[in-house]
Design a protein around this ligand. Structure first.
Ligand code: IPE
Ligand code: IPE
Ligand code: MG
Length: 263
């Protein structure tokens, strides 16, 4: 509680763009069905304010809360947020443990609000390697929201694109080994159906705040033709109008998928 107050003292810059104007500029018939976000820059956000990195992570949760709400309001189908990568275990144990506690706190505090907003909570990654307390909080959130029909909030936790592809290959190899599947039947669709994101459309829009221009092992297969939107703010400073700007930018892009312009 106290910590929430401290981070809000360093609150976000004033909204500089008129949210209503942006909302009106969005073409509701061309909304991306699936948005993916690499929630990056929490540590730098805090360090620049002379605060410990942990407070940056806490401030990042505030952004997540706002962005989930907006996606749900405007009718986005899926929002996949990269919260913890398979490489993030390399960080100091104290930071990892803080992140896991924050995840549990977020799930426990937010599940009522998420449920009220018809959000279905899902997660992708090697969840079985997360600490027990995180697994339990996730299971409780899945259970409570499983019949919701609005936004699917996909939390990428202990997620790595290469691990996901490796897991899919193992699954398929086992099916071949037990004669459930022939090698000749391995195709694009089977691979999609064997990933953690089975049944979900590929993201049309990927947002990475913090100024970094890399994928960092996120959704390697699914991002094949995704439009990238790099935002020059740290994740705790990422506000509703940033997302609206990203969607408007996305709607102006011409997606060709290797083909030619429609003239
Ligand atoms: C993203 O913020 C959160 C996680 C990776 C868990 P960072 O912690 O990577 O923040 P920076 O990039 O160091 O500023
Ligand atoms: C990507 O950010 C992972 C998450 C946001 C969870 P990182 O901070 O871990 O990525 P790098 O190390 O800058 O590539
Ligand atoms: Mg980072």
């Amino acid at each position: 509680m106290m910590l929430r107050k401290i981070t809000s003292l360093f609150s976000r810059p004033k909204v500089t763009a008129d949210e209503n104007t942006l909302l009106q500029s969005i073409d509701r018939n061309k909304l991306p069905q699936h948005i993916a976000i690499i929630m990056d820059g929490n540590g730098r956000w805090a360090q620049r304010r002379g605060m410990p990195r942990s407070l940056g992570h806490r401030a990042g949760v505030e952004s997540l809360r706002n962005i989930v709400k907006l996606c749900s309001e405007i009718g986005i189908g899926y929002l996949t947020c990269y919260a913890f990568s398979t490489e993030n275990w390399k960080r100091p144990q104290k930071e990892v443990s803080y992140l896991m506690d924050l995840l549990v706190e977020y799930l426990e505090k937010e599940v009522v609000e998420l449920h009220k907003n018809n959000v279905r909570v899902n997660a992708i990654g090697r969840l079985e390697e997360l600490p027990q307390r995180a697994q339990e909080a996730l299971q409780a959130a899945f259970q409570k929201t499983k019949n919701n029909t609005g936004l699917t909030l996909n939390l990428a936790l202990n997620y790595g694109g290469r691990t996901e592809i490796t897991d899919a290959v193992i699954k398929i190899a086992n099916m071949v080994k037990s004669n459930e599947m022939e090698v000749a039947n391995i195709n694009d669709k089977l691979i999609c159906d064997s990933l953690y994101t089975a049944g979900m459309p590929d993201p049309e829009l990927l947002i990475r705040p913090s100024g970094e221009c890399r994928i960092s092992n996120f959704l390697l297969w699914q991002l094949a033709y995704t439009e990238f939107w790099l935002a020059d703010v740290m994740w705790p400073d990422f506000q509703r109008y940033h997302l609206l700007q990203a969607i408007i930018g996305f709607q102006r892009r011409e997606r060709r998928f290797g083909g030619l312009n429609k003239k």
